[in-house]
Ligand binder design. Structure first.
Ligand SMILES: Nc1ncnc2c1ncn2[C@@H]1O[C@H](COP(=O)(O)OP(=O)(O)O)[C@@H](O)[C@H]1O
Ligand SMILES: [Mg+2]
Length: 263
């Protein structure tokens, strides 16, 4: 799998007396097979716009997006989105929520439930198949959303601040779970977060964006998720000298952008 974003800009037209917004300017980014790319940056720097472009919800004003050399022309089953608000259907149980994407594709009940059960197990939700989703905790609901995204076997998972609504402890557990699933399923992931610590811990590549217009200003290769997957405890990885040094460097970049935006 190779997603290639070449010279992409997005301008939202003027509305209601407000001037046009250059949400993204000349973005170049490649996402390779099994890469975990994390986007970080101040609010309004165009992170969700970039994800919406990859998802095919939005077309670029100029530039090209290709997935395995084919133009991205709209949404497709090769790209699955996990939102912060999990977008589950409250009247369906866990099994049917996880199987929903397959149902929409016309997969029969027996086969879609078998596939859904595999991902329910992978996400640690076994035993909750018949539970209504509104009875689950926020962390469990988010895992239902991730299981649903995985059932359609996408080439790339797109996650827009998927853990932003979780409490600190649940969030750390969910980070570890997502890394383990990434390691097991070999998916590519594009992941947006506000948390510098989360970004550094999760990604293999970090892009830092700045607003007005939205640009990628810095790119870092990250070694930390590999250390966790090799057996080092998560907290130990996050407390290591290399991690803290890079965390402070990235925070400095982001604070400088915010001061510039306020000035
Ligand atoms: N549909 C839209 N119409 C006009 N402006 C938009 C629209 N969507 C986003 N924007 C603007 O584009 C910029 C980038 O937004 P967004 O991608 O949501 O940023 P982020 O996810 O990084 O917070 C912001 O200034 C936002 O107000
Ligand atoms: Mg956003």
């Amino acid at each position: 799998m190779r997603l290639n974003i070449k010279n992409v800009s997005v301008v939202f037209p003027a509305t209601g007396g407000r001037p046009p917004v250059e949400a993204l300017s000349r973005i170049n980014l490649a996402i390779e097979d099994e890469e975990f790319v994390v986007a970080l940056g101040a609010s309004g720097c165009g992170k969700s716009t970039l994800l919406n472009l990859i998802a095919g919800f939005l077309a670029p004003s100029s530039g090209d997006l290709t997935l395995d050399a084919a133009p991205v022309a709209g949404p497709g089953a090769d790209r699955a989105v996990v939102f912060q608000k999990h977008a589950l259907l409250p009247w369906l149980d866990v099994l049917d929520n996880v199987a929903l994407g397959l149902k929409i594709q016309g997969v029969g009940a027996a086969q879609r439930h078998e596939t859904a059960n595999r991902f329910i197990e992978l996400l640690g939700l076994d035993g909750f198949q018949k539970s209504p989703v509104y009875m689950l905790s926020g962390g469990m609901q988010q895992r239902v959303g991730i299981a649903r995204a995985l059932t359609c076997d996408p080439k790339i998972l797109l996650m827009d601040e998927p853990l932003g609504a979780l409490d600190a402890l649940t969030r750390e557990r969910a980070q570890e779970l997502i890394l383990n699933i990434w390691n097991d399923t070999h998916k590519s992931i594009f992941f947006i977060t506000h948390s510098v610590e989360e970004a550094l811990f999760m990604g293999t590549k970090l892009i830092v964006m700045s607003p007005r217009p939205g640009r990628i200003t810095h790119t870092f290769d990250l070694p930390f998720s590999k250390k966790f997957l090799a057996g080092e405890p998560a907290r130990q990885v996050k407390a290591s000298a290399d991690f803290i040094r890079l965390r402070e460097e990235v925070l400095k970049i982001i604070f400088a952008d915010e001061e510039e935006a306020v000035a």
